[in-house]
Design a protein around this ligand. Structure first.
Ligand SMILES: CCCCCCCC/C=C\CCCCC/C=C/C(=O)SCCNC(=O)CCNC(=O)[C@H](O)C(C)(C)COP(=O)(O)OP(=O)(O)OC[C@H]1O[C@@H](n2cnc3c(N)ncnc32)[C@H](O)[C@@H]1OP(=O)(O)O
Ligand SMILES: Cc1cc2nc3c(=O)[nH]c(=O)nc-3n(C[C@H](O)[C@H](O)[C@H](O)COP(=O)(O)OP(=O)(O)OC[C@H]3O[C@@H](n4cnc5c(N)ncnc54)[C@H](O)[C@@H]3O)c2cc1C
Length: 616
């Protein structure tokens, strides 16, 4: 599987390179190319062993290295002459970066760094492609000068000979073992023992170690976290894609599969005529659209911020960090749960490998963990919301994506309930701000009672993560509302298309309202009749969207090769393809399986003999 994945990955990388030349001639930013063709990733169902090379290794060299270092390493990496990975996580640490144990000691006598993974727990563990594919890596280590810790630094480290691919002396490298999915990625481990690299192998765009050992701190230490921000932005787009693929499969299957008459004596309908089936499938279609739009927004913000950071303007970093965290968490959680819901909506056949829903789940699910474990990132956003609430209390302006928090904080009560889109959106935002206020009261009370900030964050963790989740809902729903209702190109849309978009907005807002009804009722009075009216509207909008479900998923434009699903094939010949896949199973090559003579027959005969004996 690994070699097949590498073969496919090389083909994908070549295609990406050609896309890059088309989108961005001579440039080195792969992102525009990716915008046009994420399908590349879907073509490698066991995962792409070059994805970390492309997404993190090349980008870290470009963004964290000096121009000279880019010329020495980055250009060769962009040209795929060397293949690298991003080796940060260790066997013993992944989340708590300040606890990383790998160390780099500066030797001013030779102007080198001596790299070590001092204990087993210090071994790098997980980096994609590290096991077998890569011959280089960005090695993230705690920097020491005269045995004094200076914080994290990144080092370009060659781990295998470029000709023979043999691990170099002092390098212990290999594959970490089978996973739930992505088994073509060869995630690996790496131990280094007294491994020396020249001083200029430390990436020094933002922080430097001078030949005499003097350390020049980065103006903004968090800029070293930037490679992770990019992948979090990519995850938002990638996972909305996985959800769209699963929604396409389940929708097509739901208009092929017939089961259970709705009226006695009537023929069995397509299962998508059942209201409960519509509630399983159609909201996931809409969620995929909602997150694809939010992810596109985030990517634009990333590109703008990356250019600013390149010019040493770090002002937009905090907002990008907060949004990248919130969207990475929301898209990975909602896509993972959504794909499982869509698998279940396909009944038994959804559990077949031929349906490919299990593999799409296995590709989507780890995004809840990598690039920042989701609940840790929610806590991170919770901390940022606490900081911003202090700004609100001090009457200061907030970053644009949090402006609604200031507006809601000035409301003494929620206005008369109308049930309009604006009302529903404001209700979600108002509940978010109420949750922020409550979390702040708990957090601040703890800090005032002499608890450290870290401890106060921990003990207020449940309220902080709730506030963070509602902030994510507010941002995503607000973005979707703006795109549908206030988009500058709204007039270019046909009335029919605009109506479909508005139905999707109606469904998204009502679905989020019901998902967080408890959080909303904590701060807003809504009568039983007003809630029942929303229930009726939910049932109505599902009915309205039912005729458009196939067209919307067709518009995702995944071809059969990408979906790789007997349930989601464009021609709808599901049963023929399921049967064709079944007949290909190795166990169907022989009428009598080998295990009959070896195991089953003796087992049955022994039981028959024992039964006869017991009768005598
Ligand atoms: C062929 C084509 C292929 C294309 C494929 C297309 C799609 C594929 C997409 C994905 C493929 C899969 C790739 C998966 C690869 C996976 C890689 C990894 O997993 S790499 C490792 C990831 N690890 C982490 O994310 C670690 C998580 N931990 C942290 O980030 C930090 O420890 C922390 C939890 C944020 C805590 O940080 P810290 O210890 O520094 O303490 P704090 O007090 O919380 O923060 C201090 C201040 O810094 C600010 N901050 C923190 N992080 C950031 C950041 N990232 N950016 C900017 N600012 C940051 C924080 O807000 C604090 O600020 P102040 O309060 O001081 O103002
Ligand atoms: C498929 C895959 C690919 C990966 N690729 C790479 C790669 O290319 N490069 C790389 O460097 N890494 C990679 N990783 C590693 C990944 O970044 C880490 O797994 C991730 O950062 C989580 O860290 P951890 O595994 O140590 O989990 P832990 O941090 O140990 O988390 C375990 C539990 O502890 C909780 N926890 C931890 N800290 C806190 C806290 N402060 N407050 C509350 N709860 C907390 C978490 O929420 C979680 O529930 C990959 C992982 C996977 C699954």
């Amino acid at each position: 599987m690994a070699s097949m994945s590498v073969k496919h990955a090389i083909a994908a990388a070549k295609k990406l390179r050609s896309l890059q030349e088309r989108f961005n001639p001579g440039g080195s930013d792969i992102y525009p190319a990716l915008m046009g063709d994420e399908a590349i990733t879907a073509l490698i169902p066991s995962g792409n062993p070059l994805s970390v090379h492309i997404l993190m290794f090349t980008r870290a060299l470009r963004e964290q290295g000096t121009d000279e270092q880019y010329e020495k390493f980055g250009r060769r990496a962009d040209n795929n002459e060397i293949i690298g990975t991003f080796a940060q996580t260790e066997l013993g640490h992944g989340t708590y970066l300040r606890g990383l144990e790998a160390r780099a000691d500066y030797d001013r006598g030779t102007e080198e760094f001596v790299l070590n993974t001092p204990k087993l727990s210090s071994y790098k563990w997980w980096p994609g492609g590290l096991g077998q594919t890569c011959n280089y890596c960005i090695f993230v280590a705690q920097l020491y000068i005269d045995n004094e810790a200076k914080g994290m630094a990144m080092f370009v480290v060659q781990i295998r000979d470029e000709e023979t691919h043999m691990p170099l002396p002092g390098v212990h490298v290999g594959e970490i073992g089978k996973k739930m999915g992505l088994n073509g990625v060869n995630n690996g481990f790496l131990g280094l023992k007294d491994y020396r690299v020249p001083r200029l192998n430390m990436l020094m765009r933002h922080q430097q170690v001078l030949p005499d050992g003097r350390f020049v701190k980065s103006p903004v230490s968090q800029v070293s976290y930037f490679p992770m921000v990019f992948v979090r932005c990519m995850v938002a787009r990638q996972n909305s894609n996985y959800l769209a693929q699963a929604a396409t499969i389940a929708t097509r299957y739901s208009v092929i599969r017939r089961q259970s008459p709705i009226e006695e004596g009537q023929p069995e309908p397509k299962i998508l005529e059942h209201l409960t089936q519509q509630m399983k499938v159609i909201p996931e279609i809409v969620t995929a659209v909602v997150y694809r739009l939010a992810a596109a927004n985030l990517q634009n913000m990333y590109n703008e911020t990356a250019e600013a950071v390149y010019r040493k303007d770090f002002s937009r970093l905090p907002e990008l960090h907060a949004l990248a965290c919130i969207l990475k968490v929301a898209t990975s959680y909602d896509s993972t749960y959504g794909i499982e819901r869509l698998r279940q909506a396909c009944g038994g056949h959804g559990y077949l490998t031929a349906g490919n829903l299990g593999n799409i789940f296995a590709m989507a699910a780890p995004a809840c963990t990598y690039e920042g474990e989701n609940s840790v990132l929610y806590l991170q956003v919770g901390k940022i919301l606490m900081k911003n609430w202090s700004q609100v209390l001090a009457g200061r302006e907030l970053m644009p994506s949090m402006a609604y928090i200031s507006e809601c904080s000035k409301m003494t009560s929620f206005p008369q309930w109308t049930g309009s889109w604006e009302c529903l959106l404001k209700a979600i935002q108002y509940a978010c701000v109420g949750s922020i206020r409550l979390a702040f009261q708990s957090y601040n009370a703890r800090v005032q009672s002499a608890q450290s900030q870290t401890a106060a964050v921990n003990y207020s963790g449940l309220e902080l993560t709730k506030a963070a989740e509602l902030h994510g809902r507010s941002y995503v729903a607000g973005n979707f509302y703006q795109q549908i209702v206030n988009s500058p190109n709204k007039h270019q849309r046909s009335p029919q298309f605009q109506k479909v978009l508005e139905n999707m907005l109606e469904l998204h807002l009502i679905q989020i309202f019901f998902r967080h009804l408890g959080d909303i009722l904590r701060f807003i009075r809504i009568t039983e009749d007003e809630i029942s009216a929303l229930q009726r509207r939910l049932e109505e909008v599902l009915k309205e969207l039912r005729p458009d479900a196939v067209a919307i998923t067709d518009a995702f434009d995944f071809n059969d090769k990408i979906l790789s699903s007997a349930l989601g094939c464009y021609d709808g010949n599901v049963y023929e393809r399921l049967f064709e896949a079944a007949l290909k199973h190795p166990l169907n090559r022989k009428s009598v399986p080998d295990f009959f003579e070896a195991h089953l027959k003796p087992f049955m005969k022994e039981n028959a003999d024992n039964a006869k004996k017991s009768k005598l």
